[in-house]
Design a protein around this ligand. Structure first.
Ligand code: 5GP
Length: 185
């Protein structure tokens, strides 16, 4: 069974940027493409950024037991498809899940050997500035995400690895170290 890495943390903390760099530096590693019921943002491609599903399709996939985990986040549903994991772990390819905290908790029970890493912001204020600065979400959505972030930040003690994303270069180095140590164990 190949390694599964779960990378979680509040929206805006920089999970996506860190993971892109991690994938560049650890070429064997692949990212699982999640399913979601939210609508695509400008530039997002179906099957690449997400599998964009209708509510009905998402319900059907739940009923069929297709999800390793799924959660509701900011009024939309997000989930990891078993097929995305199996096609990689079956071929011995280590895989990264980029998911929110409720999903990461479920994975603790369903995939107990997964390496779970929490990405933390240096402060709540920095998180707000990043969410506003990236310009991908309307103000109302940012406020909703920041409310969820308070709860998510309180959960970081549940994770064996916490990487603070203050200076990007330091955070990526730390993340890479955690992943490479686990891959060579
Ligand atoms: P966004 O709408 O910004 O793409 O994602 C919102 C949140 O959902 C982020 O914290 C992201 O990590 C999380 N997310 C993305 N895919 C999944 C998934 O498959 N499962 C869960 N539980 N959360 C996910």
């Amino acid at each position: 069974m190949s390694r599964v890495f779960v990378i979680t943390g509040p929206s805006g903390v920089g999970k996506g940027t860190l993971i892109r760099q991690l994938l560049d530096r650890v070429p064997d590693l692949e990212l699982s493409v999640s399913a979601t019921t939210r609508t695509p943002r400008a530039g997002e491609q179906p099957g690449v950024d997400y599998h964009f599903l209708t509510d009905g399709e998402f319900d059907r996939r739940i009923d069929e037991g297709d999800f390793v985990e799924w959660a509701e986040y900011s009024g939309r549903r997000y989930g990891t498809l078993r097929s995305e994991l199996d096609k990689r772990t079956g071929a011995g390819i280590p895989v990264v899940l980029e998911i929110e905290v409720q999903g990461a908790r479920q994975v603790r029970d369903t995939l107990p050997d997964a390496v779970r890493i929490f990405i933390a912001p240096p402060s709540a204020e920095v998180l707000r500035n990043r969410l506003v600065g990236r310009g991908t979400d309307p103000e109302e959505e940012i406020e909703r995400r920041l409310r969820v972030a308070d709860e998510e930040l309180a959960a970081q003690a549940e994770f064996a690895h916490v990487v603070e994303n203050d200076r990007l270069e330091d955070a990526i180095t730390e993340l890479q170290q955690i992943v490479c140590t686990s891959l060579s164990a």
